[in-house]
Design a protein around this ligand. Structure first.
Ligand code: GSH
Length: 201
């Protein structure tokens, strides 16, 4: 199996899961190599992550995570439990429609720019984003009352999906301090070795 990655939040979810599940894969760092015709044949979006496993070529981190769980026999994607699948799917969708957009500008200004050396953070761009961030952080905070994990009362791919950018909340200056359940959940995830350090050597 090959996993194409760059040091960014979507590949991070897949790398962390592969490491957490102990999957054997060739990890191919692809920064600066995704706009080639060869890569575009695998992933027409020319983005990372991309996974190739025999004849299976897959892009979109959440789909790759589900595939890896099925391959490893892990219930982090509950392939054999329709009710749990619906529960996880709800949070994957919520992330993509709401949460990722709410935290994304903070992550971009502070983490993406620093990682890829594309200039200093534009802090003036962020105050306008605070109300939307707090609106959805409140939804998650309420949901996490009395829960350790986002879905199914155990670690699932929904946790990795939702935490991918929020993991950096302190460095990215996301105003999440008041959302104690969210920060507790993020700190708890950060104790998982593969989540804390997902990057291949
Ligand atoms: N929805 C996609 C997001 C893919 C994506 O946007 N990847 C970013 C990194 S987080 C990327 O490859 N950026 C480099 C580029 O656009 O050139 C997924 O979940 O896999």
């Amino acid at each position: 199996m090959k996993i194409y990655w760059i040091k960014a939040q979507a590949p991070r979810r897949v790398l962390a899961l592969a490491k957490h599940l102990g999957l054997d894969a060739e990890f191919i760092e692809s920064n600066g190599k995704m706009k080639t015709p060869e890569y575009a044949r695998l992933n027409p979006n020319m983005k990372a992550p991309t996974m190739v496993d025999g004849d299976v070529v897959l892009w979109e981190a959440s789909a790759i995570m589900a595939y890896l769980c099925i391959k490893a026999g892990s219930d982090m994607w509950p392939a054999n439990n329709p009710a749990e699948q619906v529960e996880v799917l709800r949070w994957l969708s919520w992330n993509d429609q709401h949460w990722a957009k709410a935290v994304g500008d903070f992550y971009f200004e502070h983490i993406v720019k620093a990682t890829f050396h594309i200039g200093p953070p534009d802090r003036d761009a962020l105050p306008d984003k605070v109300p939307e961030l707090k609106r959805f952080a409140a939804v998650l905070d309420h949901h996490l009352e009395g829960r350790e994990f986002v879905a199914c009362q155990r670690l699932t791919i929904a946790d990795f999906q939702l935490a991918a950018m929020a993991h950096y909340w302190r460095e990215a200056e996301m105003p999440l301090q008041e959302f104690r359940q969210v920060t507790r959940w993020l700190d708890r995830l950060a104790q998982i070795p593969a989540w804390a350090d997902p990057w291949p050597r």
